[in-house]
Design a protein around this ligand. Structure first.
Ligand code: SAM
Length: 373
């Protein structure tokens, strides 16, 4: 259950490469100069509650503080129609290519949430689009499950030398993009057929998307150039607190447990974050670094930057709650839409309560394919 001990899930020790402690200066990104963003923990078995501590700001006792909430191209043409004949359920739009294999909608509301969350996660990563030391002139880059493509587009802008390819089940990326960025519809769990290997392969927030992570990592190894880098950034889905009123069994906790169980019964992995390091090592990568970044939910932290990050996180949860819950709870968990809405009322209330001081963990793991491999 969610508890301060959630830090234990950080997994086996990260043997830090000398370079890993010195992420190189890279060209300016839109998120540079973010200031102090709070704990960035080099994950290790002895990670303790105090490592994950985010200092809370004092709050009032108002039970229903609404002011608080406010502060806060392509596969073949013949496949085109199967890609864009979207499915609709409970008023939300879902991808049609490989129908049913992914649980979140792909409509405008969800795409706005993903773009907002991109900003939140990049701020949490100290304004960096990546931690892997890829140098100033990277060439071929791949973004797996690119979503709206916002990360790939910013990487293309940041590194004019690079040719950035983003792929996804859904063709939801914009068409007006930098000339060095392109997108393809693809299922990354299929056999990869790229014409050449990449200097850098990136994937973020694929929690709940994939069945076979070890195979994905093996394919990533085969398609990384010797000496090239991979970087995976992902979540565990449990909330916890180090000093607030969040408790196991509360509505937020029950909600995340239901979502995790529902995603698992689809055969998908809901919590890849703590497992990434092991999979990456097993695939044969070396110079593995693992960072553990607790993310606050809400504007309760004292630290100004964490307060901003927590505000974005709260808004993306409030915006995404229905989308995250509907398909899973109404299909595999067999709840009625009304039952879902009843739980969500309580979850929203707790999300907005600054006394909960809830947070959750984001894992960043990057590693290198050996030069002599
Ligand atoms: C939660 S979103 C994250 C998007 C993006 N990586 C980001 O960080 O903003 C997950 C994305 O993975 C895509 N996805 C899920 N399963 C996939 C698969 N098997 N192959 C390709 N894309 C997939 C979804 O369509 C969705 O756009």
């Amino acid at each position: 259950m969610a508890s301060p001990a959630a830090g234990r899930d950080a997994g086996p020790a990260a043997a830090l490469a000398p370079s890993a402690n010195n992420p190189q200066q890279h060209p300016k990104s839109p998120h540079d100069d973010v200031g102090d963003v709070g704990p960035v923990v080099e994950a290790a078995p002895d990670t303790t509650t105090s490592d994950l501590q985010i200092e809370a700001e004092e709050v009032g006792t108002d039970d229903n503080d609404s002011a608080y909430a406010e502060s806060a191209q392509s596969i073949t043409t013949s496949l085109k129609s199967s890609i864009t004949s979207y499915k609709y359920e409970n008023g939300r739009r879902y991808h049609s290519f490989k129908d049913g294999s992914y649980y979140l909608p792909n409509d405008e509301d969800e795409n706005d949430r993903l773009d907002l969350f991109h900003h939140c996660l990049t701020l949490r990563c100290e304004g960096k689009l990546h931690y892997a030391p890829i140098g100033d002139n990277p060439q071929r880059m791949l973004d797996l499950g690119t979503g709206t493509g916002i990360w790939a587009i910013e990487m293309g802008d940041t590194y004019p030398s690079a040719d950035v390819l983003g792929n996804d089940l859904s063709p939801i990326q914009p068409s007006l993009v930098p000339p060095n960025v392109r997108f393809e519809v693809d299922d990354i769990e299929n056999e990869w057929v790229f014409s050449a290997p990449f200097d850098y392969i990136h994937a973020r927030y694929l929690a709940g998307s994939l069945k076979d992570w070890p195979r994905l990592l093996q394919q990533a190894y085969r398609f990384t150039k010797p000496g090239g880098w991979v970087e995976f950034q992902d979540f565990d889905m449990r909330f916890y607190t180090t000093s607030g009123e969040f408790r196991p069994g509360c509505a937020m906790d029950r909600w995340s447990a239901e979502i995790i169980a529902g995603i698992r019964s689809f055969g998908l992995e809901p919590e890849p974050g703590p497992l990434l390091e092991g999979w990456i090592r097993d695939a044969g990568f070396e110079n593995v670094s693992h960072k553990l970044l607790p993310i606050p939910v809400g504007t309760w932290p004292k630290n100004k930057r964490l307060k901003e990050i927590g505000a974005f996180d709260l808004v993306q949860f409030l915006d995404g709650l229905e989308a995250i819950s509907l398909r899973i709870l109404t299909t595999v968990r067999r709840w009625s839409p009304e039952e879902v809405q009843v739980l969500l009322v309580d979850v929203r209330k707790e999300l907005r309560d600054p006394r909960m001081q809830a947070q959750h963990n984001f894992h960043v793991v990057y590693a290198q394919r050996p030069l002599d491999s």
